[in-house]
Design a protein around this ligand. Sequence first.
Ligand code: SAM
Ligand code: SF4
Length: 349
Amino acid sequence: IQQVSFSPQPSLLKPMALSYAQILELLQGQDDEWLFSRAQLATELEFQQQVYLRGIVEFSNHCRNHCHYCGLRSENRQVKRYRLSNEEILSAVNNIATLGLGTVVLQSGDDFSYSCKRISTLISEIKQRHDLAITLSLGDRKHHELENWREAGADRYLLKMETFDRALFARCRPKAHFDERIARLAHLKSLGFQTGSGIIIDLPGMTDAILARDIQYLTELQLDMLACGPFIAHAQTPFATSPNGSALKSHRVSAILRLMNPGANIPATSSLDALEKGTREQALKRGCNVIMPSFTPTQVSGDYSIYPGKNQQQHPAAERLNHVCQLIQNHGLIPSFNRGDSKRVQYVS
Ligand code: SAM
Ligand code: SF4
């Protein structure tokens, strides 16, 4: 086993070993005070109160998939679809760099009309023009494409399992391949990507028992990014009438994950903000250390309608960034423009 460290600063804290039974109890709120105070302490010790900012560009809302929870699913004919040109993407990335952020996240539906070569060219151009870390979140792309993008300079890849429960996965993501998605995560790690995954909390059919196992799986995978936000029902999906997830449960998940994965980057997701104002920033006191403001051009950002309430703000990017920084400071935390690499030491075989 070869050891590859991404960051000059390894994680300071030892991961806490929580059993399945302990995770279950904490998920059910048996000791929120202990959980949240320990998670806050661990986050502050690891990141010295810094909150890493990432600029996200959601460059296409076309998708070939049918995920039952997502407003961008291909069967939804009511979405106004858009695709950004290379120039539009690079202009949004330029905004991110000009405002001094250290990371750009490129995200889209599973839109294969952006060829492997086109994405590689974009990555190379971004790397030539700016000193930015690049995170990709482009869904289930082929192994050789991931390899190509890593060679072109992409640093990180986020691919959420949504749940590690095979039966629930099949009910939520018809025609998607559970084993292939897990294999893709292992492949991403072997290519040296800082690799992220995550779950949707309170997906219809998810029980606390499933959630506790999901937390164990996520931890066993030794990931660099752990992205977990609550389910929000979208009217134009098969899950339209299912109840929304709970912000409190989502906070418990981030807090448990922080204790078990002290050096990982854990975003406070925008789905928290869409569900209940203030809960995204509250999550920064409960294990999260990353916020990802959108830099998608405002002409189309409202059409990236994964769930209701997403990308509602129509102010210019600089104003939105200022607002996020203000919210972070109001919580006694420091907005950080650093690259903010994971502090995890990753093992590749
Ligand atoms: N298409 C890529 C994929 O699925 O991996 C990336 C883009 S996808 C829109 C990004 C994430 O949105 C998904 O991983 C999922 O967790 C989240 N998402 C989609 N619909 C959601 C919903 N209704 N509630 C909460 N999160 C949702
Ligand atoms: Fe497509 Fe991703 Fe939405 Fe699934 S979650 S429908 S893959 S954009």
